[in-house]
Design a protein around this ligand. Structure first.
Ligand code: ADP
Ligand code: MG
Length: 685
């Protein structure tokens, strides 16, 4: 077959292969295998050694073995639940082949009396006899080579056997022979110089699925590049969207700056000017502002809002929770107080007549700046002339949602996303390649670094004393109990126990939030904490990302090794937001593992979210790091940012060369289809 035929073949439905009826099709679908190429991405999870044929006097119980035997006798009991048996022998002994749930006719067909067969399966011993139950392979002796070797073991689903799956893979590999290479020679050299065809053959037939073999790496690189290609295409198309330039002279934003009791960091200044350039350009801004917790993203966003409003457009800012939105609103009211900017607040909780009034004011342009929850977007909120959408803490958005965002808001609407999930540099393109990225790395200077301590749980009395002192000095305390994922009830009771314990020590001054509370109840407790009606907040769930509790200067994290490094860092970021000294106390049970000790050490020694994210990724694999799941990098089938970091770097450089010429993209047609990227692109305007 030529390249194009192979391309067509690979993207056909699996049901076009021999041996795929409705039943197998359904089973494959369970494994998310629908097109022929999907079969190839289901890599072997290991290999079974079925080589080394043994004679029946040398069987070992429990071992997967392959035997060459003659079929002697059937034993088909007519009693329900008793298995069918076939007695076989070689020159050295006898063995029973046992079948549960197989019909007599089928058994007679695959094991004809007196025939010589190859059987492979696990050896059992039952009532003083060797037996193999439901063998994985039974083939006539001529096909010995098919079984007597090392065979891939696939992650499959019940009802789908390895034998059937292997047959399918074989059909595919036979047809896929000579593809045109899509990578340039110099790139190919860097990633191991093996072709796609060689690589898939090797993985499925070559007894090696090691993540660092050149074959695996070639395919992982393909996946990484396909991902960058799609993001790059999205970006190119968004960049083509023209808009009216915004015109402003920083008149309003300067008034905000006058209201601040601090100076911008140089990173903040840099980012503000990047944003201003975008606003003033003819092209739609599609930018993500990445900054660690507490790096000061909010004021940057307000500055942008001020400039857009000065340019006679409206601005909307969305936060993931009511309380966070409210906090932004209150801060905006304060910072814009010396301007005549009209600010509105809208959330799911806004009363209906109030909402009606706000919507009216939006439509006639009387509100310049609307702040609220993400729900704003779903509702029919119509603006007179929206010029900027700001979305705070967006780590839950994938590419599809971002494309949707870019299209919403109308022709002249710029987009600014903000995220507090630090992502290692090599991965930024893979995650945000469709956007322009601004990063706030530097922290405000007046900030005292949070002191991080670790303590064994037995010393809780010392901690209580410490807390009493801190409360006496006017501070508030977070007390975090880890989520116990297996059980909501356990989770709840651990927190309740702690709540009761602390309530005994600190009367009426302790609040509790946990997963079982509804949003209203939770907001009520959080508000009590904000208003200092309570001193200690016990929580199971992670305390609302992004809320500023200026008086909370101590955080106690129980069973802290249950959390990932990045999570601990984010939790720690909840405190020390004012100018007072913050303390983070990591409680642990006795007997910390080496790994846990290492993690605590990293956390104690660094306050840099980006560095911590990188270390976290190395220690735990990237999949577990907070926020990555939602961010889309978890969607890689093969590529692994820890093992393939260099491949990401190579792809980052390569994509820039490819981008230079639209014609370059054509070469990668098949690659895009192999990784289901083609559909994403066709969705864009
Ligand atoms: P995040 O980036 O996590 O959203 P915020 O915008 O909430 O951070 O800022 C955290 C705190 O730091 C706020 O109280 C804010 O007023 C303050 N802040 C922001 N920028 C500076 C700065 N340059 N100097 C001092 N404090 C700052
Ligand atoms: Mg924030």
């Amino acid at each position: 077959m030529n390249h194009l035929n192979i391309q067509n073949f690979l993207t056909k439905n699996v049901s076009t292969l021999d041996g795929v009826g409705n039943k197998t099709k359904k089973l494959l679908k369970k494994k998310k295998i629908e097109k022929i190429k999907d079969l190839l991405w289901n890599f072997p999870q290991g290999y079974t050694d079925r080589s080394n044929l043994v004679t029946l006097d040398r069987l070992e119980i429990g071992k997967i073995s392959t035997i060459k035997v003659k079929v002697i006798k059937y034993n088909f009991p007519r009693i329900r639940n008793l298995p069918n048996r076939v007695i076989c022998e070689d020159l050295k002994g006898k063995i029973d082949i046992v079948f549960f749930n197989s019909r007599e006719g089928y058994i007679r067909k695959i094991l004809p009396i007196n025939s010589l067969v190859i059987i492979s399966g696990k050896i059992n011993f039952f009532k003083k006899k060797y037996q193999i139950t439901n063998p994985a392979y039974i083939v006539p002796v001529e096909k010995e080579e098919y079984v007597n070797k090392i065979i891939p073991k696939y992650p499959l689903t019940e009802g789908l056997t390895e034998k059937v799956y292997r047959k399918l893979i074989e059909q595919v590999l036979k047809k896929v022979t000579n593809l045109e290479e899509w990578h340039d020679k110099n790139v190919l050299k860097k990633i191991g110089n093996v072709s796609w065809v060689e690589s898939v053959n090797y993985i499925h037939e070559g007894n090696d699925n090691k993540i660092n073999s050149k074959y695996f790496r070639r395919l992982a690189y393909d996946e990484i590049l396909s991902n960058l290609l799609v993001l790059s295409q999205v970006r190119r198309r968004i960049k083509r969207l023209k808009k009216e330039k915004k015109i402003f002279y920083n008149i309003i934003s300067n008034k905000i700056v006058e209201n601040l009791n601090f100076y911008f960091t140089s990173d903040q200044k840099k980012v503000i000017s990047e944003i201003n350039n975008d606003l003033k350009s003819h092209y739609k801004m599609f930018r993500i502002l990445q900054g660690d917790v507490g790096s000061g993203k909010t004021v940057v966003a307000f500055t942008a809002a001020a400039n857009v409003i000065e340019s006679d457009y409206q601005v909307v800012m969305m936060a993931p929770t009511e309380i966070l939105a409210k906090q932004h609103y209150i801060l905006a009211k304060k910072l814009f107080s010396s301007t005549n900017v009209n600010i509105g607040f809208l959330s799911g909780k806004t009363k209906s007549d109030e909402k009606k009034e706000i919507l009216e004011k939006l439509l006639n342009g009387k509100i310049n700046f609307l702040i609220g929850t993400h729900a704003l977007f779903q509702k029919k909120t119509i603006f007179k002339n929206l010029g900027l959408s700001i979305i705070d803490e967006q780590h839950k958005f994938g590419v599809h949602q971002r494309i949707e965002l870019a299209n919403k808001g109308g022709k002249n609407c710029d987009i600014l996303l903000m995220s507090a999930t630090p992502i290692p540099r090599t991965l930024i393109m893979a995650v945000y390649g469709d956007m322009d990225v601004s990063r706030l790395i530097e922290k405000p200077i007046n900030r005292k670094e949070v002191i991080t301590l670790s303590k064994p749980e037995e010393k809780i009395n010392e901690i209580i004393l410490f807390i009493k002192k801190k409360i006496y000095e006017g501070n508030q305390i977070f007390w975090v109990c880890p989520l116990i994922e297996e059980s909501k009830i356990l989770d709840y009771s651990a927190a309740v126990n702690k709540y009761n314990f602390l309530s005994n020590n600190f009367k009426n001054k302790v609040g509790l939030i946990h997963g079982g509370l509804d949003k209203n109840e939770r907001d009520k407790v959080l508000n009590n904490f904000l208003k200092k009606k309570i001193d200690i907040l016990v929580s199971t769930t992670i305390i609302e990302v992004g809320i500023d509790f200026p008086n909370a200067n101590v955080i106690v994290i129980e069973n802290s090794n249950k959390f990932g490094l990045s999570q601990l860092h984010q939790l720690r970021g909840r405190i020390g937001r004012g100018s007072k000294q913050g303390t983070c106390i990591l409680l642990f049970k006795k007997n910390l593992s080496e790994n846990a000790k290492k993690r605590i050490k990293i956390l104690k020694s660094s306050n840099d979210g980006f560095l911590i994210a990188e270390e976290d990724m190395k220690l735990r694999g990237f999949g577990d790091v907070l926020g990555y799941q939602q961010s889309g990098i978890k969607n890689f089938k093969l590529a692994d940012p820890v093992h393939h970091e260099d491949l990401f770097s190579i792809a980052n450089i390569n994509i820039k060369n490819i981008e230079n010429d639209e014609n370059n993209f054509k070469k990668y047609d098949l690659l895009m289809k192999l990784f289901d990227k083609a559909d994403v692109i066709s969705e864009i305007i």
